[in-house]
Design a protein around this ligand. Structure first.
Ligand code: F1P
Length: 345
């Protein structure tokens, strides 16, 4: 994370890495919409970006599945900045979305790990994440760095539009706390491994969260699917009532993102509804939050932080949780079956 943001975030300048976007001052304030495309983990990170752009900068953000983009004649043009996110920089669907956006006259930037990759070259402008190569097939640190940079972009856009210097600096300071908060989560490794023991026997899981915690639920479910082969679905917590609730029973554990922040009380209510239907619940909660703890069967505690940075902190906890479930189930964690590092067809 320190690398991705180069340790330098201040509210007024944004980060050094943002210069890769190569937006003129006029383009920076003029463009109408930040449209983010990606696949898999990169798509989930993009959703955090959409939320942050609308939350910080009050401008139109949108995230779209790169794999759908070219099949639906999307409306995109010169007033759009399209940010294509890809760890490998080679994902075929994301590359196709880049080409579609360029053909339609949009400004296109890549957010990639791999220097010189096809998306980086064709996008023409962009930001390298400096996250280093992913050793395992499933993306982990790429997500962390993608979200760090997306938060920084949102902050930069906010400063260009409406946000005061004080407010901007407050957010910048929160982003700079993230490496230490992540370190605190990593130090809970043994506790998380213990919680994971309870999940080895399950074949299905739900993940729920609302607001910024919804993309975290999506990424948590993706990681457990990819490396432990447990079928998992993520919903925004309110959506649970609109169908999925029919599946709740004692063999359908629910991972609930209940850390302190907007919507937490409502999510605690959803957890009570799950447990009333005998579904066991693992809560990701804020340290010392007894109300949330009592609502759950098991908890993973994370340090207190705003929801926008909790996207990284809570995801790290869920990555570690998935790792231990996969390990206990005897899965080949770094080389999951059927998955390729870059999906180039
Ligand atoms: C996208 C992605 C990864 C996933 C797996 C397959 O890759 O879906 O998120 O973990 O590696 O590819 P990328 O476009 O970010 O390289």
């Amino acid at each position: 994370i320190r690398n991705a943001t180069r340790g330098r975030i201040d509210a007024d300048q944004g980060t050094a890495v943002l210069s890769g976007l190569a937006l003129s001052p006029r383009e920076l304030v003029d463009f109408h919409r930040l449209l983010i495309v990606g696949c898999g983990t990169s798509l989930n990170a993009g959703l955090v970006g959409e939320y942050a752009v609308e939350d910080f900068a009050a401008m139109l953000g949108e995230v779209e599945q790169a794999a759908e983009f070219r099949y639906r004649n999307p409306i995109v043009g010169s007033k759009d900045l399209v940010v294509a996110i890809s760890q490998s920089g080679e994902t075929a669907d994301t590359l196709a979305a880049v080409r579609e956006a360029i053909n339609k006259g949009a400004m296109v930037a890549g957010l990639v790990n791999v220097v010189g990759s096809t998306i980086a070259r064709e996008a023409g402008r962009g930001i390298y994440l400096h996250a280093g190569p992913e050793i395992s097939v499933a993306s982990t640190k790429a997500f962390t760095c993608q979200v760090s940079v997306l938060l920084s972009i949102a902050l930069k856009l906010a400063r260009g539009r409406r946000m005061s210097l004080e407010e901007g600096q407050r957010i910048a300071n929160e982003i700079l706390r993230v490496p230490d908060l992540v370190q605190q989560v990593l130090e809970k490794n043994d506790e998380i491994a213990k919680v994971a023991e309870n999940f080895v026997k399950f074949d299905n899981m739900f993940y729920i969260g609302r607001g910024y915690m919804f993309p975290v639920a999506l990424e948590g479910a993706l990681k457990i699917k990819e490396i432990s082969y447990i079928h998992a679905e993520a919903y925004n917590a309110a959506e649970l009532k609109h169908g999925p609730i029919a599946l709740l029973e004692e063999n359908m554990p629910v991972v609930a993102l209940m850390n302190k922040g907007p919507g937490k009380e409502k999510t605690v209510g959803n957890v009570e509804e799950c447990r009333a239907r005998k579904a066991p619940v693992l809560g990701v909660i804020t340290e010392g939050d007894d109300e949330a703890r009592e609502a759950c069967d098991w908890v993973i505690e994370i340090p207190e932080c705003p929801h926008y940075t909790a996207t990284i902190v809570a995801t790290t906890a869920l990555q570690l949780f998935s790792y231990h479930v996969a390990r206990l189930r005897g899965c080949p964690i770094d080389q999951p079956r059927n998955l390729a590092k870059s999906v180039t067809v």
